[in-house]
Design a protein. Sequence first.
Length: 497
Amino acid sequence: MKIIIKFNIIILFIFFINVKADYKINFDNLNNIFEYENYNDFIKDYKANKVPKVYITNFLFDGVSKVKNMDLDKPSDEIIIKVLNINSADNYELTGTFKGMISINTNNVKGEINIILNGVNINTDSKKVPAIYIYNKNINYLDCKVTITIGKENYIEGGRLKKVSLMPSNELTKYEEYYSKKNIDNYRNNPNYYGVYTSKELENILFAKVEADKKGLKDGDPYYFYKASGVISSDIDLSFNGDGYLKVVSKNNEGIESKANLSFLGGKGDYEIISYEDSLNTTTEKIDDNTRNDIVIDVNSLVARINLEAKEGDAIDSNGKLIINGGNIYAFAHPISEDTGLDSPIGIYLNGGTIIATGNKADEIDDSSQKYLYIKLDDSIEENSLVVVKDQNNKIIFAYKGDRTYKTLLYSSPNLDYKSYKVYSGGEIKGKETNGLYTNIDSYRGGKIIYSSDDNNEPINSTDKSIIIYIIVLVIVLMGFIISSYIRSKKEKEEEF
């Protein structure tokens, strides 16, 4: 798998060196982009299949109507937002400052859509919509490839699109059995919230349909719905590339979210994602072997950080595999909730890069080609507390001072080598640090030991497991050889008598 991924990275990198923009869009001057002045003119062109490849609206369209902000306890209201709409396979270079959102329609589009961010500042100025939404009815749609390439410095801030029910208004009684006695009255008394569209209208919805878990549906939870949880959200595979800088800030939810695969490729580029829930997330749970929900990372640097004012959140959360092939990766989960820096129910693979991750629970690391150290403590390390880890020779492996509390600390790097280690808290340190991780240490003194791998049932990482398994197999083979030699020798002696 790793060889194939790196081969694809090389191809993508060569491609983007030579990519040329078919459309150059300067947000500071949008006079050359067609804008619909009213909804009726747009609907007329949409039904006649005459909308331009690129156009501007003052609303977000879902294939049936303007998207509304849906709330169970108050009337829904139309979302008024300037939208740059893209619906063709071309290269789009974006520059300048934009107050609004970008929507990219990939339904029935074949080819590659390349969004080149070359010094943009995009802010929705609203918590109700994402800054970039790539949409499709089918989360497994593969005829269109979408890549966001970053050049220069780019800043994107936005919200999320809340759940909009996709339960047919003419079939609501069919789903009553999924709601508990506690919530059934709200379900029956709010048909306008749960039944937004008729079954016939639902055929024309352009966004991906999400199915909720039947168990324990709460007030406001439709069984079927569409949503876009991140500042950048995609219904299909989404890749990032380029050698620039991208900062993504969430106003109220996730950072970058995909319902399919999410990839950061090329071994270049610097990313910073700050969110109120998962900073990176592939949201689709595994259904079968065809489910696309992996996260692959190979960058220069990536910081995934949960906002300290949030209630919960993993830093990097993959519902499929989580594969890190390179880069300086900083993943800081929520300081109190039972979340983690790196989260995956399928498998976490560390194949390259320098990785530091904190949280309050620990997902197991799978057979990775790079050695790692996973510290799991009973008591929390408080914010701004210095932690220093030394090996069996009293040599410092790494040091870290975080801006949040945590109970688990993961560290991995290409040169990591240890047999045992001790964890020190406090003391005085001098050196260079980035995002709390000290990369160069001039001196350290003081501190007290709070953990020793020699005194605990320390989990052995995958690299050491392979060595131990090899030794066990070798011992078994040798024992078998000795026993068989002994039996053969004994038989020979018996035959002599």
